[in-house]
Design a protein around this ligand. Structure first.
Ligand code: 5GP
Ligand code: 5GP
Length: 223
């Protein structure tokens, strides 16, 4: 990292489904705190806001800007709630060390978005605002797609609900049949647009290890 990268083309807002991620990280729930009990999130939470190129690649670790948690002190309440880490281990930063999930996301992705979003504080504030404005959990809930450990939902129905609400096609990743990530793309004015490389089809054809089958689940926490 550290060297100047070419300017990116669009944003990808990446969300994670806690019921799926936490299923894998239950064993460390006392250390990450947010996979259980009253802390457990009830809808999609934020993974990150990622700058991307139209050719399907993306820049990473764009300038020497280090993460400073003091810059986002006024956002910590919201970040803990809507952008929690659900993993057991600390991710790497761009400088050969380990740090917070937020540190990883800012250094790897946020630094590459600064031409549009600005500094670290603005990166987190912008991401929260976009997340609140495009409330995927609410759109799915209104269409009847709610957390459940018994229901399976048609992938095409989930995609249609989002297309109808936001006029753009999301990308989905699954772990088995459980939705793990949902990604929504935006142009640099934050108008929704399709992502460049559409890894999903409604056909249910498995093209990668994380692609979703024709019927998917939105698991609730397993206690
Ligand atoms: P995964 O394999 O879980 O989809 O992605 C692993 C990591 O690669 C992500 O956490 C993210 O940092 C990066 N990544 C994966 N897909 C994309 C993408 O479409 N755009 C960007 N900017 N990064 C991605
Ligand atoms: P990315 O996929 O954005 O490149 O990187 C995610 C990194 O952050 C991984 O190293 C992962 O261990 C760490 N991490 C910490 N908390 C979370 C979380 O809640 N979700 C995901 N996907 N990764 C997390």
């Amino acid at each position: 990292g550290g060297h100047k990268q070419r300017e990116f083309d669009y944003f990808k807002l990446s969300l994670q489904w806690p019921g799926t991620v936490c299923h894998r990280t239950r064993h460390c729930c006392s250390s990450n705190g947010c996979c259980r009990g009253s802390n457990a999130p009830t809808g999609f939470t934020i993974h990150g806001l990622w700058p991307d190129y139209n050719d399907g690649t993306w820049p990473a670790c764009c300038n020497g800007k280090r993460f400073d948690v003091k810059e986002i002190s006024t956002l910590l309440g919201a970040l803990n709630k809507f952008w929690p880490s659900l993993s057991c281990s600390s991710p790497s930063n761009c400088h050969g060390g380990k740090g917070l999930f937020w540190e990883h996301e800012w250094e790897k992705h946020g630094t590459c978005a600064s031409s549009v979003v600005g500094d670290e504080y603005k990166y987190f504030l912008t991401t929260l605002n976009i997340y609140f404005k495009y409330n995927i959990t609410e759109v799915l809930r209104e269409a009847g797609y709610v957390a459940s450990n018994s229901e399976k939902y048609p992938l095409g129905g989930i995609i249609s609900a989002i297309q109808n609400a936001f006029h753009t096609t999301p990308e989905l990743e699954c772990s088995g049949d459980a939705v793990e990530e949902l990604r929504l793309c935006f142009d640099k004015n934050f108008k929704p647009r399709d992502c460049a490389v559409d890894s999903n089809t409604e056909s249910g054809i498995v093209t990668s290890k994380k692609s979703c089958p024709r019927y998917v689940s939105l698991p609730d926490y397993v206690s």
